[in-house]
Design a binder for this molecule. Sequence first.
Ligand SMILES: NC(=O)c1ccc[n+]([C@@H]2O[C@H](COP(=O)([O-])OP(=O)(O)OC[C@H]3O[C@@H](n4cnc5c(N)ncnc54)[C@H](OP(=O)(O)O)[C@@H]3O)[C@@H](O)[C@H]2O)c1
Length: 277
Amino acid sequence: MTNTTFLVLGGTGKTGSRVASRLQQLGHQVRAASRSGTTRFDWQDENTWEPVLDGVGAAYLVDSQLADAATSVAAFSKLAASRGVERLVLLSARDWVVPDGEEKLPSERAVRESGTEWTLLKPAWFSQNFSEDPYFRGEILDGEVVMSTGAGLEPFVDLDDVADVAVAALTGTGHAGRSYTLTGPRLLSLEDVVGEISRATGRDIGYRPVTPEEFAAYAAARDVPEDYVALLNLLYGWIAENRFLELGDGVQRALGREPRDFADYARATAGTGVWNA
Ligand SMILES: NC(=O)c1ccc[n+]([C@@H]2O[C@H](COP(=O)([O-])OP(=O)(O)OC[C@H]3O[C@@H](n4cnc5c(N)ncnc54)[C@H](OP(=O)(O)O)[C@@H]3O)[C@@H](O)[C@H]2O)c1
């Protein structure tokens, strides 16, 4: 690549922070950017776009998750290509997140049509939601996980694997034009998840499956905003109905090794003390 700086959007987030620190450890020049980061980037303020692209050869993109996210990604990706960016890696999601009838994950198309090399990352639910997302971590600290997920299964993926794949795609060869479905090595129910965290912490944490209506009432009593409750019920419902029972092979294809198991994540995370009540 002619330009040598790596741009990491969402650099303060769960995946972006890992991608940026790995790139730094490898000795690369890194620009991590977001609304609250040291380098300011806001998907909703186009004035912040061009400055972050100076000298950038490859970029990691986390879109805004707003309704017009794909429009911004399309415009930004074209701008990036015109400024000499040769490679884009997009954090996307599995196709199950798109309600029936809508175009599938339009940010992916925006990146594919940018004119740069591209790689798409399509992860399962992150294992680290239970330690790094304040809402889910709060439930673990309270000792009870309440979800409308029933006995549904999900192949939780470790964010260290997601970040390793992102870095391989940003810096290595053979990843252009590839779409990687990133999951852990096995399917887990929420009861399994809570069991693993209980074992790792030595604490007695329960899982209470509820109906979507019961979940809405439970969450309202905890002052969870209504639109977030609706989103959670949607995502939980997809787990409950076992929408995605396939194990992805993205970690194996990109890195030539197996993904990390949830039990390893739970053990290592328990050791940090973040789940000490
Ligand atoms: N959580 C899961 O289990 C899961 C599973 C599959 C896929 N995903 C996908 O992962 C993505 C979320 O990634 P993540 O876990 O890294 O999220 P995260 O930890 O919440 O980070 C989001 C990042 O984006 C930045 N950001 C938010 N709005 C922005 C804006 N308008 N302009 C510029 N930067 C903005 C945030 O920083 P500032 O606040 O500083 O701007 C932050 O650095 C989503 O696309 C989601 O669909 C999540």
